[in-house]
Design a binder for this molecule. Structure first.
Ligand code: PMP
Ligand code: GLN
Length: 379
């Protein structure tokens, strides 16, 4: 059949992890921790399985989990979403993002993405019949130029997709960015999809600025998060989105036919975890700051130049002192010849991205980071 996504292959994460495995390289490419999640969470999963919570959850998410998400949201943003009409539990953030785009984007609509942008956004827009307008952000700050943004808006602009803390640049939006965004779209019917899966992995002095903290913007926004990041369990694939009732209703129309409902015992275990150990997610900035600093220090003697990292569990490293290769070739070479797998940045960009930058995941144990750094310091 004629492909609906002709230019798409498998994701860079699948490719690089496979290459790492094939060459037994230390895998700092695909983002996932090489350590386990909280013991209590695992015990509660076993408990709920044993108790027989093994049939379909409610379509919108387990009641206990949506209540716990409402509590947590109120604690962070001073605003409580309604658990029945504004919170939807999804199969990871990935499903929430796809459902949100499918629900909002109509044929011919324009969607603004900031490049480098996470790889799942644009294909979802294409499948919905929309057109992605890419705004290229420049290293090292990757800040949005709001005048450029305003000039991109047209009568067809329907949705803006943003991500903070940002994968892969490790930069974060400031409250002022949200003010600028609101001012630019207030008079138009434009919605916002805010990918905040790394909301708790933020090292910026003011902490994470999210779309839910902005009272007007959140009336137009779908905020997405993921327990895979929060609890070091990317394989559990439980995420959620928060949006006003009218937007949630549209997202749920798609969600009910994408997955209907998601893993029941895992939802109940996460609800228990949120209620019993709220300090767990509050400690994530310190926990990951230590990981970040460990890798940064270990790379200090190398010829890589590490860029500032304000959030996420990724570091950008500039290799221009080491090689002239483009970033895709360099990442493959690094995996095959040096034994450290990394992610190139140009694959997240529609326009040429000539910078010599790779992304390294530091959600790893000291021994893993040390072993990788030892190899990288040889270059
Ligand atoms: N958005 C971003 C920016 C991500 O980095 C990821 C996962 N790495 C996702 C969405 C997907 O999250 P999940 O694994 O919960 O589907
Ligand atoms: N989001 C993860 C990353 O950025 C990968 C998720 C995936 O493999 N699809 O590395």
């Amino acid at each position: 059949p004629e492909s609906k996504l002709p230019s798409l292959g498998t994701t860079i994460f699948t490719q690089m992890s496979a290459l790492a495995q094939q060459h037994q390289a230390i895998n700092l490419s695909q983002g996932f921790p090489d350590f386990s999640g909280p013991g209590y969470l695992k015990k509660r999963l076993a408990y709920h399985v044993e108790q027989g919570a093994n049939q379909y959850a409610p379509m919108t998410g387990a009641v206990a989990l949506r209540a716990a998400i409402a509590d947590k949201t109120e604690q962070i943003y001073g605003w409580r979403p309604d658990a029945d009409t504004e919170i939807t539990v999804t199969a990871g953030a990935t499903e929430a993002l796809f459902a949100a785009v499918s629900a909002l984007v109509r044929a011919g609509d324009e969607v603004i993405c900031f490049d480098p942008s996470y790889d799942s956004y644009a294909p979802a827009v294409t499948l919905a019949g929309g057109v992605t307008r890419h705004i290229a952000l420049q290293p090292p700050s990757f800040r949005v130029d709001w005048e450029v943004f305003r000039n991109q808006l047209t009568d067809k602009t329907r949705l803006v997709i943003l991500n903070t803390p940002h994968n892969p640049s490790a930069t974060v939006w400031q409250p002022e960015d949200f003010v600028q965004l609101w001012q630019a779209i207030a008079e138009r019917e434009i919605y916002v999809l805010s990918d905040e899966v790394y909301e708790h992995i933020c090292f910026a002095p003011g902490g994470h600025a999210g779309v839910l903290a902005h009272p007007q913007l959140r009336q137009r926004a779908i905020a997405v998060s993921s327990f895979g990041k929060t609890y070091h369990m990317t394989g559990w694939k439980i995420g959620y989105c928060i949006a006003p009732p009218v937007l949630s209703a549209e997202v749920r129309k798609i969600h009910q036919y994408l997955t209907f409902a998601v893993n029941t015992p895992a939802q109940l275990a996460i609800a228990d975890m949120l209620n019993a150990e709220p300090q767990h997610w509050q400690q994530l900035p310190d926990f990951y700051r230590e990981r970040r600093d460990h890798l940064t220090n270990a790379l200090a003697p190398s010829r890589f130049k590490v860029l500032p990292c304000q959030g996420t569990y990724f570091l950008l490293a500039d290799y221009s002192a080491i090689s002239d290769m483009d970033d895709v070739a360099f990442s493959k070479w690094l995996t095959v010849e040096v034994g450290v797998a990394a992610i190139p940045l140009s694959v997240f960009c529609a326009d040429p991205f000539p910078h010599k930058l790779i992304r390294l995941c530091f959600a790893k144990q000291d021994a893993t980071l040390d072993a990788a750094a030892e190899r990288l310091c040889q270059l």
